[in-house]
Design a protein around this ligand. Structure first.
Ligand code: PHE
Length: 338
């Protein structure tokens, strides 16, 4: 009975201890062997009752040994494979949005509030939509303002090229519908420029178009002023400088007060306190006519900006190339901006 209690209480996950247990009770010099040796000397009457007890005792020891052995084997395989089901699970990383996608979304949201919808068009364009309809005359030097990647020269619909601006989407929209138009056109555009910190062979634009009866330059100014207050914060100043685009007349470039240097001068504004962020103007009547819109009845304004430039000013990114290198260390920084 003393041994029965010891066996019942015994437990181990350790292979050495279990082996000690086996030797002590079940080994060739073990306790059970001893008891059975003594048993031989017992009288025949006692043998019957004692035999049953001893057999049960032996079975108990063997059963205990088997269970512990199986348990320790299970434990062993789990350590071998390095699998511990009790460990907490590994966290997985959530991706972050690309800074350009964040800025594009913000721009879209601001103009949505003013009733502008989003319009899209193809990146491979014909000469008509990218140039001719926009009042770029044949062989006009204005075509050289935008260094074009041509895909095919000549042919049925004229040259085929990668669009140099999303103004082509304005043409497609006006051709396909009737005024009023109030839309913005975000998209990727291509220009054949040497890649550097300040220029790339592609970038992203958001252009805007508003055509209706009696649209004035004052509408243009107020729309863009509102946009800038929303994007860069209230109190951001704007100024308009006369400029030239074939598809707008009059044309202007809009600067904003530098959001980074706060008056004390920086690389971004080259110590002037002003940064150019977009081109704009009143849609040239020739463009309206080219798109079968009555330029006597309707007028409109248009504007176009580079998303990279807007993002540079927001996030103080000094090198354009970072946007397309997909360096995770750069992209991860915008996780909190989700
Ligand atoms: N399309 C011009 C560009 O890519 C931008 C612009 C759009 C200017 C609309 C005026 C009006 O530079």
């Amino acid at each position: 009975t003393q041994y029965t209690a010891e066996i019942n209480a015994f437990s181990t996950a350790n292979a050495d201890e279990l082996e000690q247990f086996r030797i002590k009770f079940l080994g060739t010099k073990g306790i059970i062997k001893d008891i059975f040796d003594e048993f031989k000397a017992v009288s025949p009457e006692e043998k019957r009752s004692l035999g049953k007890v001893l057999n049960e005792f032996k079975q108990l020891a063997e059963a205990k040994y088997q269970t512990l052995k199986e348990q320790s084997e299970v434990a062993d395989t789990s350590t071998d494979s390095g699998l511990d089901l009790t460990l907490p699970g590994e966290g997985f990383e959530v991706g972050s949005r690309h800074p350009l996608a964040l800025v594009r979304r913000e721009i879209i949201e601001i103009f949505n509030k003013l009733g502008f919808v989003v319009a899209e068009g193809p990146e491979i364009e014909d000469d008509w939509h990218n140039f001719s309809a926009l009042n770029f005359p044949e062989e006009h030097p204005a075509r050289d303002m935008q260094d074009t990647f041509f895909i095919r020269k000549g042919g049925e619909n004229g040259d085929i090229a990668l669009r140099t601006h999303t103004s082509s989407v304005q043409v497609r929209m006006m051709e396909a519908g009737k005024p009023p138009f109030r839309a913005i056109m975000p998209g990727r555009v291509y220009r054949n420029e040497a890649i550097s910190a300040r220029a790339h062979c592609f970038f992203h634009q958001v252009e805007g178009l508003y055509v209706d009866e009696n649209v004035s330059f004052a509408d243009l100014k107020q729309t863009l002023f509102y946009f800038v207050q929303e994007l860069y914060g209230e109190g951001t100043k704007v100024r308009f400088r006369p400029s030239y685009f074939p598809f707008t007349e009059p044309s202007a470039e809009m600067d904003i007060s530098c959001t980074i240097c706060k008056g004390d001068g920086c690389q971004m504004c080259k110590h002037s306190g002003w940064v150019e962020i977009l081109g704009c103007g009143m849609v040239d009547p020739n463009v309206l006519d080219n798109c079968n819109i009555d330029s006597k009845k309707y007028s409109g304004f248009a504007f176009g900006m580079g998303i990279e430039r807007i993002a540079n000013l927001k996030f103080e990114i000094k090198d354009l190339r970072l946007f397309s290198e997909n360096d995770a260390r750069f992209l991860k920084q915008y996780k909190t901006s989700l």
